[in-house]
Ligand binder design. Structure first.
Ligand code: ADP
Length: 464
């Protein structure tokens, strides 16, 4: 359990190196064992066959001499036998009482292995240690003329054993070398693969500790999985950085915008405190301004809440365009009785794929702006064109218009065209941001075009 935990907690690099070395060692050990055992068996059989062949050859020699030959003749002339027996082998012939009668070579002492007559009739093969040396001992009955005895051949395994020893040493040295090389290569490879991941980790630590201040860069350009990972991370960090910056900007803008009315109220309250008690005119005016500033603040806070409240898109909502437009028209005209709002329809009525609330808020903001930023008697011209795939809605006003350079900024939070600041009418710079947020949520496309001094046209493409 401890070892398992220890291995699991190792660094990826070490795990990789360790695992590679382990796999290579096990495979190497398995292959070597198979080769060693096969070679050992094969070589041993060879040695044993050699020993038996010598015994066979001697037996054939004795048999070929016929019945007339005597053991004495062999004792006197061992030349023929010597040519059959290898130099390292020792052959002894005993009579049946175990008394040695003939010996060829004297490399090893006599083997004292108790064997039965039954064993001797066949060829008895043993492995034994003689004079401290492993040897093969072959024994068999011999018949030389009238003499009957048994032959004992000792075949030392010296060369076989040193050969096996040599093999084992070579395999061990090669194995250790192979494991070392494999370890080095896998450590180099894991270093190569882990470096970008380590860079990634370092960058995450930096972001965690210092925020987005430092520029993130990786020295890895390969187009592989790790390259992909780094690219995704960079683009994610980029997005996060942008949204973080936007959020910071938003908070600072919001505080700034809220401070203005508070300062105004503070100023007027001080005015009332100092002069207002005696001067009813100052009192009345300061009170009215304070109330309108409080109302503006209330509106801004409500709008900020609208922006912050990221409700989910309602997939199953549909709005009746005619109904919503008319209710917004009535609502707006109660406050702006001098404004005229005209609505025209083209084509067969269809439901818009948006909630009635969101649709109402979008058009209300646009219509109110058309009335607010207007020095004429406001006329808002609305055209609804029901097309097969979507609804095109144009809202045209006869207001002051927007200069080209401001057109793409009016949807930004708190953005207000300078000229219109004096003519605030309670604007906060948030209305069109909310419109844009809702439009994006319900996939409504908004285009705006304007002629400065003549009026502005908002074109909405609403899905059905
Ligand atoms: P606000 O609450 O100030 O109206 P909006 O986000 O609704 O904020 O609009 C942003 C700015 O865009 C306004 O301050 C105004 O300068 C300009 N604007 C918007 N609509 C119109 C319009 N129909 N005519 C002229 N200027 C407009």
């Amino acid at each position: 359990m401890r070892i398992r935990e220890y291995i699991l907690n190792l660094s990826l690099k070490k795990k990789w190196t360790f695992l590679t070395a382990l796999v290579i060692s096990i495979s190497y050990a398995a292959i070597c064992s198979v080769i060693y055992v096969a070679l050992n068996t094969w070589l041993y059989n060879n040695e044993q066959n050699n020993a038996i062949r010598t015994v066979d050859d001697l037996t054939s020699l004795f048999e070929s001499q016929g019945g007339s030959i005597t053991i004495r003749e062999f004792q006197q002339n061992t030349g023929l036998m010597k040519s059959i027996v290898n130099q390292n082998q020792t052959v002894r012939i005993f009579n049946m009482d175990g008394y040695e009668v003939l010996r060829i070579n004297d490399q090893s002492s006599k083997a004292n292995i108790p064997i039965t007559n039954e064993d001797l009739k066949n060829t008895a093969v043993f492995k034994a240690k003689i004079d401290g040396q492993s040897s093969i001992v072959v024994s068999r009955i011999v018949q030389i003329g009238l003499f009957q005895g048994y032959m004992q051949l000792i075949h030392p395994l010296q060369s076989f054993e040193s050969m096996m020893q040599y093999m084992l040493t070579a395999m061990l040295i090669a194995g250790i070398g192979a494991i070392l090389i494999a370890g080095l290569i896998s450590s180099y490879l894991s270093n190569l693969l882990m470096r970008p991941l380590e860079d990634l980790r370092d960058s995450m630590v930096t972001v965690k500790e210092k925020g987005f201040e430092e520029q993130i860069k990786f020295n890895y350009s390969a187009d592989d999985e790790i390259g992909d990972l780094l690219k995704i991370y960079l683009s994610m960090m980029d997005e996060l950085q942008q949204s973080f910056a936007k959020q910071q900007q938003f908070v600072s803008d919001a505080s700034h915008e809220l401070r203005t009315p508070i300062q105004a109220i503070e100023g007027h309250l001080s005015l009332i405190k100092r002069w207002g008690k005696d001067d009813p005119e100052v009192f009345e005016e300061s009170l009215n301004t304070s109330i309108s500033e409080v109302q503006r603040m209330k509106k801004m806070i409500e709008e900020l809440l609208d922006l912050a409240r990221r409700e989910k898109r309602d997939e199953y909502a549909y709005a009746n365009v005619d109904k919503v437009l008319n209710s917004v028209k009535n609502e707006v005209q109660i406050v702006n009785s001098n404004a005229s709002i005209l609505i025209q329809y083209i084509g067969e009525a269809k439901l818009a794929h948006i909630t009635e609330n969101a649709f109402a808020q979008i058009v209300r903001n646009i219509i109110e702006n058309g009335i607010r930023y207007n020095i004429n008697e406001p006329i808002i011209d609305i055209k609804v064109n029901y097309l097969p795939e979507h609804i095109i809605l144009t809202i045209k006003d006869n207001g002051i218009g927007i200069k080209e350079e401001h057109l793409n900024k009016i949807f930004d939070r708190f953005y207000r065209v300078d000229d219109s600041r004096e003519n605030t009418g309670g604007g906060t710079g948030l209305g069109l941001s909310i419109t844009k947020m809702l439009a994006e949520k319900y996939q409504v496309k908004i285009d705006v075009s304007s002629v400065f001094g003549e009026g502005t046209i908002f074109t909405l493409r609403i899905p059905i």
